[in-house]
Design a binder for this molecule. Sequence first.
Ligand code: F6R
Length: 246
Amino acid sequence: MRVIVKNDPVEISHEAAEMIVNQINKNHGSVIGFATGASPVETYKRIIEKYQKGEVSLKHITTFNLDEYVGLSRDNVNSYFYFMKENLFGKTDVDFDRVNFLSGEASDLEAECERYYNRIKECGGIDIQLLGIGTNGHIGFNEPGEKFMDRPFSVKLTQSTIDSNRKYFEAVGDKMPEYALTMGIGDIMRSKKIILIATGESKAKAVKQLVEGEVSPSCPATILKIHSDVTVFLDPAAASLLGDKK
Ligand code: F6R
């Protein structure tokens, strides 16, 4: 795991965007795994800028997002599909026919998870997966627990995740869903390359666990230690609790 500390989220975004754009320019049909939330937003801005300057086209990529809330339609402003449309896809030439999402509206959630697993496989796996990290160490919505999940599954969100995200729902007078569909740890670990971005003091504890702790499902992100190609980008606040590995 390479741990890189940059001065701020903008500096991080230049490097993370460069890695993703290089992958796409190396193979226009790359399969890219995207994340939502605050952490990747600057990186998406940099990718959009590169698209606008003609430095990259997203037309032939296939995309998979990590997760989606159960019960939200794609046009709900708090759905992760909506987030990706607003923050990246709708501002580039992404082909929406190659945008893959877990559907939080599926009537059979188990079948939906199976479909997503098979779809990732059919597409040859994910070339680069972008990740954030929860304050409790979650990646995707793999919450702290007793075991690592291999394939996509339906998860009851922890109170910590609800507390971190409820502001987005309260802003539009909605209640935050308690369940989500997420890629499993296995799906994430099968990605060829992984980039994780963590900024701000609220992530410092989880980052310390990730970098210095033992691999354990009680902090799901720690599994990334045994992946062969992970780059972790931190700002000084997120890195503030690290010892000599800072
Ligand atoms: C989002 C996701 C989550 C977030 C994490 C950090 O698709 O899977 O694991 O990456 O909750 O969220 P932010 O970036 O908002 O702090």
